[in-house]
Design a protein around this ligand. Structure first.
Ligand code: NAP
Length: 294
């Protein structure tokens, strides 16, 4: 193997330690405990795990997470009422509505109802527009984590040829915007892209956010490139057990790349660390305090 491993777990742990220090300082200096409301509708097992992990991480960093669990058959109007109440609650600095939502609820409507200042997921159209316009705002957690990992491997991203595979609103598009803001030259690929492998081979920095197990092969990667693998795919493993793999065929790609994020232990831990960062930033902004430099 030639690639060095970008240790997302360690980088996320270091960031979480710094955030916890800042949270302590905010409490001592300003009596402020950053806190968010985590809204979970229904009983999707994966969502339950995500929500539990997020709440635990917030508590470990000295912040407050209030879980609001709601029945799967809740009406859209009732959920909008809850969002309005959380918007008005001064102790709640962030609102996270775990997706997906049940079919009777329009997720776009719910996201648009969240106060953009409390939008710790960075999905509100105003924050999306701010990111696209190069203005400060809350940025989606997974893309922010991807860029931090890329910078940990490359330092400056300015002038790099970056290829993002995937154009979802939660990963591909915001990653592309953040890379553009870092002065990379960015190409965004999707299911209609012609000769995807050839486009990927141009990349100094390749971000795979596809949701297809091990789709990116060794031959798709430019020697020495940095590969950020966002994919989380469960596949059949040995002995009837399942295991997690990314969107890149790790063993093959690691023979060619200069640096690569593993799955698990790469982008995943950074997502949660960046949620803590957004919570801290949102709380500071709402109290008129300067955002901590982390
Ligand atoms: P998504 O909404 O399903 O988007 C997938 C994107 O990949 C789409 O833009 C799609 O293109 C593109 N795509 C699909 N098949 C393709 C193909 N054969 N060739 C080229 N492009 C193709 O997924 P997502 O929410 O962005 O998530 C992507 C992956 O990241 C998933 O594995 C997800 O579990 C993972 N994820 C991880 C984290 C984390 O914290 N680590 C967070 C979020 C997501 P079209 O637009 O043309 O359909």
């Amino acid at each position: 193997m030639t690639a060095s491993i970008i240790d997302g777990k360690a980088i996320a742990a270091a960031l979480r330690g710094k955030i916890a220090g800042e949270a302590r300082r905010l409490k001592e200096a300003h009596g402020l405990t950053p806190g968010i409301a985590v809204v979970l509708v229904g009983e999707n097992p994966a969502s339950q795990v995500y929500v539990r992990n997020k709440s635990k991480a917030l508590a470990e960093a000295g912040m407050r997470a209030v879980d609001r669990k709601l029945p799967a058959d809740i009406s859209e109007a009732a959920l909008l009422d809850l969002v309005a109440a959380l918007n008005a609650d001064a102790h709640v600095h962030g609102i996270l509505v775990q997706l997906p939502l049940p079919p009777q609820i329009d997720a776009h409507k719910i996201i648009a109802a969240i106060d953009p200042a409390k939008d710790v997921d960075g999905f509100h159209p105003l924050n999306v527009g701010r990111l696209a316009s190069g203005l400060p705002g809350l940025v989606p957690c997974t893309p922010l984590g991807c860029v931090m990992l890329a910078k940990s491997a490359r330092g400056s991203l300015a002038g790099l040829e970056a290829v993002v595979v995937g154009r979802s609103n939660i990963v591909g598009k915001p990653v592309a915007q953040l890379l553009l803001a870092e002065n990379a030259t960015v190409t965004v690929c999707h299911s209609k892209t012609r000769d995807l492998a050839a486009v990927c081979r141009r990349a100094d920095l390749l971000v795979a956010a596809i949701g297809r197990a091990e789709m990116v092969r060794g031959g798709w990667v430019k020697p020495g490139a940095t590969v950020i693998d966002v994919g989380i795919n469960r596949v059949a493993g040995e002995g009837g057990k399942s295991r997690l793999v990314g969107d890149a065929a790790f063993a093959e790609v690691a023979e060619v790349a200069g640096a690569i994020t593993p799955v698990p232990g790469g982008v995943g831990p950074m997502t949660i660390a960046c949620l803590l960062l957004n919570t801290l930033r949102a709380a500071c902004a709402q109290k008129g305090l300067a955002a901590p430099k982390l």
